[in-house]
Every structure is written in C-alpha cells, then in structure tokens.
Design a protein. Structure first.
Length: 342
C-alpha cells in the first residue's frame, strides 16, 4: 500500500479538478519526472496502457504530444503546449484529448516542498464548462491518475530515484568547492578532496564498462572537477532511467540487472563518500540517523569480508553512546572527529 493517497476534488462552483499528491522525493525529482520525456513515459497513465511520446519540448512555448497504446494498438492520443516551465516550481500547460479537440483544459502544476523534504504536488485543471469537466471525471481518469502516481512513486523510490537524491547532495558539495579546495586533505588517508570525486567517477565507469559493456566518454577530472562530475552524474542517471534490460556480469557479484548493480554497489558509495568530501571542505554533513543505523546493521555480519577486501580500514573506537552516524563512519574506518589539519 502506498504511503500517500491521491486526492481528487471537483469544485461545485467552478468547472475545475484539483489533484493533490505527496511524494517522498524532492521537488527537483518530481519536476524532472514531468519534463524528462523518458521518465514521463514510464509512469503516466494506467497500468493497462503504455505511453508513446510523439513530441516533447519541455520548455516555455514548447509543444507536446503522446499516445496511449494497448498491445501495440493506439487507444487514445493527447496533445498540448507548455505555456510556462519554471524549473522545480511550476508547469502550466494545455491538455487536449484528440477525440475532443474543442475541449482544451488549462493545467497548473505546483511542486511544493513538504515537511521532511518531500514534495506536495498540486494540479489544478480548468475546463471550459461543467459538462466537459464532468465528462472527464466519468471517463475513468481517476484510475489513470492514481495508478500513474503509484508508478511515479515506485520510480522515484527505486534505483533511479535513490541515485538522483544521493548524487544531488554530492553535487551540491562539489559546487560549493573553490578551485583551491581540491587539494585539501580528506578523512581517507592520502586522498585529497579531488581524489574523492575521482574515485567515484573512475571506479564506477570502469565497473560498468567491464561488467556491462557500457562505454562512456573520458572525462578530464583535473581540469574541471565540477563539469566532470555533472557529466558523470548525467551518464549514470541516464543508464538508470533506461536500463534497457542490460545485465552486469562480475566474477565477485555474479550476474544482475545493471540498475540493481549500480544501486547496490555505487549509489551507496556516493552517500558514504559525501561525508568524506564534506569533511575535506570543512563542513559537517548529516547522513541520516536511520540510514546510518540500517547500513551498519547490514554490514556487521559481513565485516570480515569487507575488511579483507581492502574496502575499509580498521574500525575506529568510539564511545558506547556515540551517535548512529559516528558509529557508522567509525566502522568503515573513519575518525568521526577528523578535521582538516589534524
């Protein structure tokens, strides 16, 4: 059962439909799922249909069109224009069913930050008259809306959504660094701040090239760490958004879907190394108490294997009353009290 319910309200005084739905994802993520054609295709509409994008110009003044298919046959088609696209905040577009070209709805989508960092999506759909509005309500649109948002919720909470969240947090740190910050030491012995970024880029690209045959362009990390990191994030996100059934084969992990492999081995690495980069830049970072506790619980049974693999150094002693985050970073071989220059 979903943690959020979809509320659909038909106003008695004006021919409008208001849809309200919460998501455990940032406004940036929910907005992106509405403007990225590949992502939109994956979630919009009921489960019984598939969506085929015909045109998608997700910018102010752009046009859009898509069709709903069942078993290869077109069931319905829709089109409209983007009146306004305001990044991560608002979309205003027209919405027309091809079978009723005279009935044009004007929809405003608002992406609001909710408590806890999630998103409250509000959609206000204005129709020409009550007959058109009520015809839309009786068409079964509520099923398509609810099932579509359930698919969107699953998409945002899956491998692609988790990578988008963790990569965004790491990107904010990279953007905050000045050119002179890259030579600063990090909590990882003999690594600078730049080495933290270099590690995440190089090992994951090599992992995917060797195990799944996915080749990416070579990035000049030293020349422009921020540009290299942004391109790398885009490359990995594109792979997760459309894994295309690819399998990653590795002698240590066996065969698994490429999106599952990225999620299991790489996305968690971004999260952990965000603490290293933050510390190197002289900042404090909250990794999340529950996530730290869960990660530590999962890693303890395989501690010997983790240590012998060389992934982590010896655990650092911490007081019994240490926080979940301090216990976690100490377990993976970091000193929670580390500061640049110590």
């Amino acid at each position: 059962m979903t943690a959020h319910e979809t509320e659909i309200v038909a106003d008695e005084k004006v021919p409008t439909i208001e849809i309200i739905r919460g998501f455990d994802a940032t406004p940036e993520q929910v907005f992106r799922a509405h403007v990225d054609a590949e992502l939109y295709r994956q979630w919009v509409g009921p489960r019984s249909l598939t969506t085929r994008i015909v045109k998608w110009e997700a910018h102010t003044g752009g046009a859009w069109a898509f069709a709903s298919d069942r078993d290869g046959d077109e069931i319905a088609a829709f089109y409209g224009s983007f009146h306004e696209v305001r990044a991560n905040e608002r979309i205003v577009w027209t919405f027309t069913y091809e079978g009723q070209p005279d009935s044009v709805a004007l929809e405003t989508l608002s992406f609001e930050t909710s408590d806890g960092g999630g998103t409250r999506l509000r959609v206000l759909s204005v129709h020409a008259d009550f007959a058109t509005r009520d015809g839309m309500l009786s068409s079964g649109m509520d099923i398509g809306v609810k099932e579509g948002y359930e698919k969107l919720e699953a998409l945002l909470s899956g491998p692609a959504g988790r990578h988008a969240r963790d990569a965004a947090a790491f990107t904010a740190l990279v953007q905050s660094a000045s050119p002179t910050d890259w030579s600063r030491p990090s909590p990882v012995a003999e690594w600078t701040a730049l080495d933290v970024v270099r590690h995440l880029i190089e090992w994951s690209r090599g992992f995917l090239a060797g195990g799944a045959g996915i080749e990416f362009q070579t990035l000049d990390i030293d020349a422009d760490p921020l540009a290299a990191w942004k391109q790398h994030v885009a490359d990995i996100q594109a792979t997760l958004d459309d894994p295309a059934g690819r399998i990653l084969s590795n002698p240590h992990t066996g065969d698994m879907p490429v999106d599952k492999a990225i999620d299991m081995f790489y996305t968690a690495d971004i999260w952990m190394h965000s603490w290293d980069l933050a510390k190197a830049l002289g900042r404090e970072l909250d990794l999340g108490r529950e996530r730290c506790a869960a990660a530590l619980e999962a890693m303890r049974p395989i501690e010997q294997m983790l240590r012998s693999s060389g992934q982590y150094g010896p655990a650092v002693p911490v007081p019994e009353n240490a926080s979940a985050q301090d216990r976690f970073v100490a377990f993976i071989g970091r000193d929670p009290a580390w500061r640049p220059g110590r």
